[in-house]
Design a protein around this ligand. Structure first.
Ligand code: NAP
Length: 263
């Protein structure tokens, strides 16, 4: 079996590399011998992670600080790696806004769409075209188990992850003839800062290490991955249930878990 480096090339670019699932992707890819470009806003954290990866794995790193909620800044990321052959792009940066949509600040909701969706299409366009020319590459899109249902109190977030899932599946179909592997990665709850901020606490929460191991093992073998047996059951049950029932189930889990944590 080919290594990730043999299959896709020397360099991977990971957005949201400063914490959580993105940081784990950086660590696993560096351990597999790939050079990594780390993208996020917190420079101190990116520099620290990059130094650790250089020291531990003798690979090359590049830190690119960018606010991916800003369209122009996101476009500069493509320019910042113009001299590198990015073979694997992990569109991972994401935020979650909780609460009833109309009670939330509109700018925060627009920011969510810019990070969770717009940055993914800008980077996929900028870097995917180069992969297509080279006839080699891979694209991972961080979607979510929440992609398959409307969820009240997480309305914009669940919709954004639905966008990521459908976009990834369509791009996969378009790139079938170009030797580019595409994966929509749909984790359920995973221990990261995002879950801490959402005050969501659930015993089913997975470890980010397991999620990323699953994804890298299955890259090139499936275009849709839901890590964890219970998450898989939940994901596929939504295809049988009426849509309204899915909305009720997912929304009530979010409501009850957040309320119990606020007490
Ligand atoms: N954790 C879960 O339960 C779970 C489940 C399913 C899917 N996901 C998805 O997994 C992805 C990663 O989330 P996570 O759980 O690992 O969360 P996390 O630990 O909060 O990490 C989010 C990352 O996104 C970056 N980011 C946030 N806003 C940004 C901005 N404006 N510009 C650039 N980077 C920004 C953060 O870096 P800076 O703050 O340094 O910019 C950070 O590196 C997200 O797309 C999320 O939807 C998570």
């Amino acid at each position: 079996m080919k290594s990730l480096k043999e299959a896709y090339g020397d360099w991977a670019l990971i957005t949201g590399a400063s914490s959580g699932i993105g940081e784990v992707f950086c660590r696993k890819l560096a351990a597999a011998g790939m050079n990594v470009v780390l993208v996020a806003r917190r420079k101190d954290r990116l520099d620290k992670i990059a130094k650790e990866l250089n020291d531990e794995h003798s690979i090359h790193t590049r830190v690119v600080c960018a606010d991916l909620s800003d369209e122009e800044e996101t476009k500069t990321v493509v320019g910042a790696v113009d001299d590198l052959e990015i073979g694997l792009l992990v569109n991972n940066a994401g935020i979650l806004n909780t609460g009833n949509f109309l009670d939330n600040d509109l700018e925060d909701e627009i920011r969510l769409i810019n990070i969770n969706c717009k940055s993914y299409i800008i980077l996929t366009h900028g870097l995917g075209n180069k992969m297509k020319e080279r006839n080699k590459g891979a694209l991972i899109f961080l979607s979510s188990l929440t992609a398959v249902s409307a969820i009240s109190r997480w309305a914009n977030y669940a919709a954004s992850k639905g966008f990521d899932l459908q976009f990834a599946e369509a791009i996969d179909a378009e790139l079938k003839d170009y030797n580019i592997d595409v994966m929509a990665l749909c984790p359920g709850l995973t221990h990261t800062e995002l879950v801490k901020i959402s005050k969501f606490n659930n015993p089913m929460t997975m470890n980010a290490d397991v999620v990323v191991d699953n994804a890298l093992n299955k890259l090139g073998k499936t275009n849709l991955l839901v890590p964890g047996l219970m998450n898989k059951i939940n994901f596929f049950s939504t295809r049988i249930n009426p849509r309204l029932l899915n909305t009720k189930i997912f929304s009530s889990v979010v409501k009850s878990t957040q309320e119990s944590n606020l007490k």
